[in-house]
Structure formats: structure tokens, C-alpha cells
Design a protein around this ligand. Structure first.
Ligand SMILES: C[S@@+](CC[C@H](N)C(=O)[O-])C[C@H]1O[C@@H](n2cnc3c(N)ncnc32)[C@H](O)[C@@H]1O
Length: 380
């Protein structure tokens, strides 16, 4: 069902310049749209409540035309709301059940891979402000703090609005980088605040990294994870094993698939294969949570084994590539390649530093790190 079926404008632009409908009419359109979604059968009361909230946003942001356009984005708001409703319901139930002792720090919620941040925006309106300190929207696409936002970055204008009942903030982090995960845990749990992790539509390895973060710190008392795409075939091709710090492991081949989206169409593994592997993926992700939080040592050991396996795979691939290259060479050419090998290996380890004088007595330091293996070569 499209919004046009209800005689209402498709996007916010038309909303403003064409048929201007009242907030009540617009809210009714949103409600009708959501009624056609399967999730309405189980979460009708919550979705109706969220429609009222969205109508209040419409009134609040109406004068900021471009911003309201980004929030509504045609049918996007309705679609996103339907997708996050089960996570909102469980998060709300967990907060309601939480008994915070007098004077203890309030809960911090991390919404991992938040994208625009619809989940956080609805939670800000629905959760009790006396129990939740703030909601942090974590994504790789926010501009880092103290760096000017560029076109490629997410625009945080809606997040910065001062009228959110529970404060929303952004945090730029790459979840695949262990130090970024450690920084997140340190930044938001250091004051002893209990914390929740939410992750909706986390593609491939991001789901694993979300669980790593959750397991890394006992301050996290709640995790809601909705995985998205399955890991890519590459992981199976190189024989990867996914291993949790609690000792659970499984072969990447059991879940990896070939395929990609192109202009809204999936090209790759069949629906049957996708469904079968998705169930295996979810069951194994759940197993990483079994047995309580693992120790930091166990997590470090698992990470070390993963890095060692990856290094071995890369070294094997380099060897195969080298052998393929040698196969076409004459005996003399091979001997010459072997003779130059030590020099080549040394060059591959070299860190080159170039100091270029600029005008106004400034110095520009350009550091070109070829392959940093810990071997520093004297500057010539
Ligand atoms: C499929 S979207 C999900 C967005 C939102 N949670 C939702 O359900 O609509 C995936 C999000 O993950 C973010 N992302 C991708 N790789 C990431 C990484 N390595 N670290 C943190 N965020 C990442 C993207 O910028 C994007 O916003």
C-alpha cells in the first residue's frame, strides 16, 4: 500500500507545497500504512503510540522543511518504525523492569550502527527520563568530533535538537576496530553506569563485533541484536572459523553466502539457502552469549588466534601468487628474482618519511608507511 492510496502526499516536499494535510490526517495515513505491515499484528498499541509521536515531530520540525523532509523521507519513516518496533518493545520492558537504587547512575543506551537514528529518536520519547541518562547513536558515518562535517557524513541536525526528552548524542566509531570498541566501552561505562547495547540491521561481521563489545564489559546488562546480511563467501574461501571468547566456534562455511544487492534486487544465493544459513547464523550468534561474560584474557586469546589464522592465510596466498608468477619465468629470470629477494623484502618493511619545506617556514611531514612490521630502516 502506498501513501498515495490514502490520497496523501508521497513526500515531505509535496506535503508542504501541495496538498497540506492536518497533523491528524497525516497521522492517520501513517497508521494505515503501518497496519499493512506484519509487525502490526503483534505490536499494534506500540505502533499507534509511535504514530502519535511522529505526528508531534511533524509539528515540531514543520518549519525546518529540509530537516522534516529527511526525517519523513517518503515512506521511510513508516518502514523504519515497523522494523524497530520489536526492539523498542523489549528495550522498554527491560527498562521498566529495572530497579535503579537511589542515587545510582542512570542507564546509557548505545545504538550501534544507528544510521539516521530512528530507534534512538523513538526511545527518547518512550523511555522514562528518570532511568535513562542518554542514548548514544554510534555509527562509522558520523563525522569525528572536532572534525568539520563533510558531504559523506551523516547530518546530525535532528540529533542536536534540544527538545529530545532523553538526550541524544552521536559517536563515530568503526566497530570492526578493537580499539574503537574499547574506547566506546571506556567512554560510556567508565562512570559505572549500567548500559544497554542495541544493534538493528547489523551486516555480516558487525553482528559478531557487537557481541564482542557486549561480552567485553560486565557493565552491559542488555543486548538486542537484529542481524542483517550474512558473512561474505570470502570468509569461507579462506577457511575462517568464527570463535567467541567463551570457547564457542563454528566454521564460516556454514553461514557464508555469495551475492549482493543491485538496485534493490538480490543476485546470489537462493532464498532457501539464505533462510537456512540465517537460522544457523542466529543460533551461533546466540551461543556466543552463553555461559556469561568471558574473561578479558579469553577474549584476547581468541583475538590472537583469529589474527594468527588471518596472517597464515595471507602468507599462504602471497606464496601461491609468487609461485604463479615464477611459473612463467625462465631459469635465469627465476635466479635473478631470488637474488633480489632480500632487497625486496627489506624494501617492503621500510617506513619512508619525507620532510618537505613549505612557504612561511612551515614544515609538512608526510609519512608514508609501506608495510609496518615493526622494522624501522635508517633514513638515508
Ligand atoms: C544497514 S544500516 C542499519 C542502520 C539502522 N540501524 C537501521 O536499522 O536502519 C548499517 C549501518 O551501519 C553503519 N556501519 C557500517 N559499517 C560500520 C562499522 N564498521 N562500524 C560502525 N558502523 C558501521 C553504516 O554507516 C550504516 O549506518
Amino acid at each position: 500500500m502506498s501513501s498515495a492510496d490514502h490520497g496523501l502526499p508521497e513526500d515531505a516536499d509535496e506535503d508542504q507545497k501541495g496538498t497540506i494535510v492536518s497533523n491528524e490526517e497525516w497521522c492517520e495515513w501513517l497508521r494505515k500504512d503501518l497496519r499493512s505491515s506484519p509487525v502490526y499484528a503483534t505490536h499494534s498499541a506500540l505502533l499507534d503510540e509511535c504514530c502519535d509521536i511522529a505526528a508531534r515531530w511533524r509539528a515540531r520540525f514543520w518549519e525546518r522543511k529540509a530537516l522534516w523532509g529527511r526525517i519523513r523521507r517518503g515512506r521511510r519513516l513508516a518502514k523504519e518504525l515497523a522494523e524497530v518496533a520489536p526492539v523498542i518493545a523489549r528495550t522498554r520492558a527491560a527498562i521498566e523492569a529495572l530497579d535503579l537504587p537511589e542515587g545510582s547512575p542512570k542507564v546509557v543506551i548505545l545504538d550501534l550502527c544507528s544510521g539516521f537514528g530512528y530507534l534512538g529518536m523513538f526511545l527518547s520519547e518512550l523511555l522514562p527520563a528518570d532511568k535513562v541518562e542518554r542514548i548514544v547513536l554510534v555509527d562509522i558515518m558520523w563525522a569525528p568530533h572536532n572534525v568539520e562535517r563533510q558531504e559523506k557524513h551523516l547530518n546530525p541536525e535532528h540529533v542536536l535538537d534540544p527538545n529530545w526528552p532523553i538526550r541524544l548524542t552521536t559517536s563515530r566509531a568503526n566497530l570492526k576496530i578493537p580499539s574503537d570498541r574499547r574506547i566506546l566501552a571506556r567512554a560510556f561505562l567508565a562512570h559505572g553506569a549500567p548500559a544497554m547495547i542495541l544493534g538493528v540491521h547489523l551486516c555480516g561481521m558487525l553482528s559478531l563485533r557487537c557481541i564482542d563489545l557486549y561480552n567485553s564489559c560486565p557493565g552491559f546488562f542488555f543486548l538486542a541484536l537484529k542481524p542483517c546480511c550474512l558473512p561474505k563467501k570470502l570468509f569461507a574461501n579462506r577457511g575462517d572459523v568464527f570463535e567467541g571468547a567463551n570457547g564457542h566456534w563454528f566454521a564460516a562455511a556454514a553461514v557464508a553466502v555469495v551475492g549482493k544487492w543491485n538496485q534493490g534486487n538480490w543476485h546470489g544465493a537462493s532464498r532457501i539457502e539464505l533462510e537456512r544459513k540465517y537460522h544457523i547464523w542466529v543460533a551461533n550468534l546466540s551461543n556466543f552469549l552463553a555461559g556469561g561474560a568471558p574473561s578479558a584474557q579469553a577474549a584476547a586469546a581468541a583475538e590472537e588466534r583469529r589474527a594468527a589464522r588471518l596472517a597464515e592465510f595471507k602468507s599462504q596466498r602471497r606464496k601461491e601468487k609468487h609461485e604463479r608468477r615464477l611459473a612463467n619465468k625462465s631459469v635465469d629470470e627465476r635466479a635473478e628474482i631470488e637474488r633480489l629477494r632480500p632487497e625486496r623484502e627489506l624494501r617492503d618493511r621500510r617506513v619512508t618519511l619525507t620532510i618537505t619545506p613549505l612557504s612561511f617556514a612551515q614544515l609538512q611531514l608526510r609519512c608514508w608507511l609501506e608495510v609496518h612490521t615493526g622494522t624501522f630502516v635508517e633514513l638515508r
